[in-house]
Design a binder for this molecule. Structure first.
Ligand code: ZN
Ligand code: ZN
Length: 93
């Protein structure tokens, strides 16, 4: 597990070590479903993370590819990146 903290909402959570590209793709498919609850369940089941952690993590995965989870502006980088406008942590997978 690797701990991260969002500079904007200050929430701390952990990224499961084993979360690979295939896992991210599966999560995105659920998340953009819009199946947030199922995506949380999937994460908890496959990566043994608690409800609060799964929720915090998924709150930082853009529903729309490339757009910040908070302010909807365009993100500059792929993967783990900080929004240039509102400073929120995003997992732009
Ligand atoms: Zn945040
Ligand atoms: Zn933003």
């Amino acid at each position: 597990m690797r701990s991260v903290q969002c500079p904007r909402c200050k929430v701390k959570f952990e990224i499961p070590e084993a979360l690979g590209e295939a896992d991210k793709a599966a999560l995105l498919e659920l998340l953009r479903g819009p199946q947030f609850i199922r995506a949380m369940g999937w994460l908890m089941e496959h990566h043994h993370t608690g409800l609060g952690n799964a929720k915090a993590l998924l709150m930082h995965v853009p529903r729309e590819e490339g757009l910040c989870v908070y302010c909807n502006r365009e993100l500059l980088d792929e993967g783990e990146t900080i929004c240039p406008v509102c400073n929120a942590l995003n997992f732009n997978w």
